[in-house]
Write a protein of this length. Structure first.
Lengths: 761, 159
């Protein structure tokens, strides 16, 4: 039988009963009553409370750590430092991970863990931190990535050499890697252009901003078994990485994910978990660690800041002839920003022939960068879509028409080598062009902007199991995280395939000892990939139902067909039998044959790329520099919306995260390298009164490689937001900002420059 | 160690009596002593609203209230919002209209919205948005939260 990856049996004419409806999500009830258990909501008998001591310095040699006074404090049960972590050399992935968890040779950023304490109360643990004496030798630091590239900049890691240089160098450097991406001939392309625009842009790091701080409980047994409860997007990846840095066998670390209070990429790598495990090991008691908000800001992964130049050329007929970029990505203390997504995705959605992109990843003194919805792309699209808008103005073309003129279609081969199958970018642009928002006039005093975005969408390693209970109800075991309600979409796809009510299906998130490996829940992969494996599970179960029905009726298997949740005789020739439901078969055969079960473990392929276009109206107060978003519409291709309300929620949430990134959010460091806005008061994310309703248009151009045609939808919604708002502000005040965030002080400066330039004319 | 303080209070109508340290916040006691973990702690500085509870009829951030201050007072948390099997109209509308994604901010929003509708049963969308501006949500973009609150308000006015 062909694998579901080769033959998903997608049928555009299929009469869907459940997919495309909006049942109440199964995890919802516990979340509105307060019963749902998140990372900080676990308790064990004898549990201790753990706290982390963090470096106040951006860059310092740790000469010594004296924990004796802390250990002597009554109630303190264990203290751990770098000495408790297995020795792993600098430079590799495991070396970076262990040094991210706990400072070793040097403290590498303000907020870097230096020691952990477990005590009988949180108050005692906090008191103990103050008794730990750390002797630091402060070193010069550098945070800005452009400064970090300059000759003479303080070097963060003596061992680092730049990969990807044309001529390899043995000079210590802060540049981890250079990547060149190219297609066609940009010189020829620029020569063909009637207009060329070149602009410089930059963006600051921002935080994922999940409301739930990292929290975990670790219980190390004397036989070496670790039980770990934590909020994570990647229970299996946590297990494997903890295994690598703590040198404990993978099967002895059992990670049970809690409900996840937001992650957006920020919970793809661990923070307090290894410290909690070592504290538990030393104390022989379970240890709970919950980070404070200050620790979350200072100690966990922000998004890459960037500095870049984009140059594009256009013919008078609207054809963009060449696109070029040079980009610096700031990765924090270690490599791993996934900066390559930037060059791979920044222009992808257009059918460009001539592209040249040179990218650099640079280390600097802040936490190791972590993923955030479409890592390293939205902040670059901010510039790309700004330049495209400027090209549209140069040739006097409607901005959506210019994008339509250059839109990639099926058969286009991208800069990273993928040849597109059926994609919905043109349909998305056309839907945007005729939606109510775009066809309504812009209000006086406001500006309107649009921008487009793309994401690859992902598949990857996925394992699920399906168990049919003797009463015919269904349990699905998953190992991905549920970041926003994917459990209901998974249950719906299984119910659709099995032909039963969605309330007869429940999805349970397993611990890592109960299921095969699942890759991190990120990159808009979960509903797509788990959809694939659960439909495969359902089809395996259906084959078994058919087999058992044939046995009950004593007919050949090909005399039985499965339809709408029932086995029936395939034709009148087979004989007359009452249909057998799943429940009938389960009831009649579980005792004699064992339960009907299925499992599937595959590296899911066939993800369909996603495209979106955002339309935004803004009003800029020219006296204060404040921007208000007055109307917002997200248009995006979902392939097939399994649960349309959930899809809308992804669109709306992504857009509002982008509004924060566009207008306010940034890390502010002092001269001393300390973070100055490590709290929600000073790091201001959008609140309810900052934003309007977010209108949505769900475009559905099916991905034929999935049984229901779906594409991932979670990443794209943040991609065009800052660019669209930038274009809208540009149209409102006459100058398009080139620096993120477009905060009031920056807009005031732009307005002032505009006015003095006008006065000079 | 400072001497513990004896507190007598009601939480969701039930009598509670406990000892707490003078510096312990209400959210700390609710979660870690009384094991009412429906109230969430997102920032400990009163900026995110995840720990919203109603104290003697007033909406407060329980991270900004000392547990000792609640002696003799009444506390309402998310755990008391449904009456047995019967969900509060806000809870039902949040479910029906998908007013939640990850769910970490949901208890705080529900408690804050309940306090709003007790003071103002007929809020405009703008009034609802400003009242709820003390609660952070990073998943939803607020659209479906506001719709859920407005729908619940309408339903409750009709009831």
């Amino acid at each position: 039988m062909a694998s579901i990856l080769d033959d998903p049996k997608f049928d555009p004419e299929r009469d869907l009963q459940i997919v495309g409806t909006n049942p109440v999500k199964h995890d919802g009830l516990d979340k509105v009553t307060g019963k749902a258990r998140f990372g900080a909501d676990f308790f064990l008998p004898g549990m201790l409370f753990g706290r982390t001591l963090r470096s106040p310095h951006a860059h310092a040699i740790i000469k010594s750590i004296d924990t004796s006074a802390a250990e002597a404090l009554p109630g303190v049960k264990s203290v751990v430092t770098r000495d408790d972590f297995p020795e792993i050399p600098e430079g590799g992935v495991a070396g970076d991970m262990t040094r991210t968890a706990m400072a070793r040779e040097k403290a590498l950023f303000d907020g870097h863990p230096v020691a952990g304490v477990a005590a009988t109360s949180d108050a005692i643990a906090k008191r103990a931190l103050k008794l730990i004496k750390v002797d630091y030798e402060i070193l010069p630091h550098v945070i800005d990535p452009v400064d970090a590239m300059k000759p003479g900049a303080p070097i963060l890691h003596d061992y680092l050499r730049t990969k990807g240089l044309d001529e390899p160098s043995d000079e210590p450097t802060n540049v981890t890697e250079r990547m060149v991406s190219k297609m066609g001939d940009v010189e020829k392309g620029f020569a063909e252009a009637d207009f060329i625009v070149e602009r410089h842009f930059d963006s600051k790091p921002m935080h994922q901003g999940y409301i739930e701080p990292q929290g975990c409980v670790a219980d190390y047994s004397e036989d070496g078994q670790v039980e770990l409860w934590c909020c994570t997007q990647a229970p299996f990846v946590y297990r494997d990485r903890l295994s690598a840095i703590l040198k404990i066998d993978g099967n002895k670390i059992n990670v049970q994910q809690s409900e996840l209070g937001g992650g957006f990429g920020g919970k793809t790598g661990f923070y307090p978990e290894p410290i909690a495990i070592l504290l538990s090991k030393k104390a022989n008691r379970p240890v709970k660690m919950v980070m404070s908000r200050d620790e979350v800001f200072r100690g966990t992964g922000p998004v890459s800041g960037t500095d870049y130049t984009i140059k594009m050329g256009v013919r008078k007929d609207g054809k963009i002839t060449a696109a070029q970029a040079e980009i610096v990505f700031q990765t924090g203390i270690f490599t791993g920003s996934m900066y390559f997504n930037g060059p791979n995705a920044m222009f992808t959605r257009y059918d460009f022939d001539n592209v040249y992109i040179e990218s650099f990843e640079v280390v600097s003194k802040r936490p190791k960068g972590n993923s955030f919805r479409e890592p390293c792309v939205p902040q670059i699209v901010f510039g790309v879509e700004g330049v495209i808008d400027e090209l549209a103005k140069k040739i006097g073309m409607d901005p959506i028409d210019l994008r339509l003129k250059n839109a990639a279609t099926e058969g286009y081969t991208t800069i990273y080598g993928e040849t597109f199958g059926p994609i919905g970018f043109v349909e998305t642009l056309e839907a945007a062009k005729k939606c109510d928002h775009y066809t309504s006039p812009v209000k006086p005093g406001e500006g309107r902007g649009i921008a487009a975005g793309f994401w690859f969408n992902r598949g990857g390693e996925t394992s699920t199991a399906m168990n049919i209970a003797p009463d015919g109800t269904v349990t699905i075991i998953t190992g991905t995280a549920d970041v926003a309600g994917s459990r209901i979409s998974i249950a719906m796809m299984a119910a659709e395939e099995l032909g039963i009510d969605v309330d007869k299906v429940r999805v349970k998130m397993a611990d890592t000892n109960s299921l095969g490996f699942n890759r991190v829940t990120a990159g808009s992969r979960t509903t797509f990939s788990v959809g694939m494996t659960v439909v495969d599970n359902a089809r395996q179960c259906i084959n078994e139902f058919v087999k058992r029905a044939a046995e009950i009726w004593d007919v050949p298997e090909d005399g039985v067909m499965f339809e709408n949740g029932e086995c029936r005789p395939a034709s009148a020739n087979v004989g007359e039998f009452e249909p057998l439901s799943i429940a009938d078969i389960a009831k009649q055969t579980t005792m004699s044959h064992g339960a009907v079960t299925a499992s599937a473990s595959m590296n899911v392929t066939g993800a369909g790329p996603g495209f979106g276009l955002h339309i935004v109206d803004v009003k800029v107060d020219e006296e204060t520099g404040r921007t208000d978003v007055t109307r917002y519409t997200v248009v995006e291709d979902a392939g097939k919306a399994i649960h349309p309300l959930q899809v809308e929620g992804q669109y709306q949430g992504g857009a509002v995260q982008g509004i924060g990134w566009a207008l306010n959010e940034e890390y502010v460091y002092g001269e001393d390298g300390r973070l100055q806005n490590a709290g929600f008061l000073d790091y201001r994310m959008p609140v309810t009164s900052d934003v309007p309703m977010i209108d949505t248009v769900i475009v559905e151009v099916p991905n034929p490689k999935h049984p229901f045609g779906l594409r991932g939808v979670g990443e794209v919604p943040v991609v065009p937001t800052m660019a669209a708002i930038g274009n809208a502000i540009g149209n409102a005040i006459g100058v398009r900002p080139q620096s993120l965030p477009m905060s009031p002080p920056k807009l005031l400066e732009i307005i002032e420059q505009r006015d003095s330039a006008q006065a000079a004319e | 160690m400072s001497k513990k303080i004896h507190v007598t209070t009601t939480v969701n109508g039930d009598d509670y009596e406990y000892l707490c340290e003078p510096q312990q916040t209400l959210v700390d006691v609710l979660r870690n002593e009384l094991e009412l973990t429906g109230t969430k702690e997102g920032c400990s500085t009163g900026d995110c609203g995840a720990c919203s509870v109603i104290l003697d009829g007033e909406l407060v951030c329980s991270c900004l209230v000392l547990a000792a201050e609640t002696d003799g007072k009444s506390v309402e948390t998310i755990e008391g919002m449904a009456k047995g099997d019967e969900l509060h109209p806000l809870q039902r509308n949040f479910l029906d209209l998908n007013g939640l994604q990850c769910g970490i901010c949901t208890p705080g929003f529900l408690v804050a919205a309940k306090a709003l509708l007790e003071k103002n049963p007929n809020p405009t969308e703008t009034e609802a948005r400003f009242w709820l501006a003390g609660n952070l949500c990073r998943c939803t973009g607020y659209d479906k939260i506001v719709r859920s609150v407005m729908a619940a308000a309408e339903e409750m006015r009709g009831a």
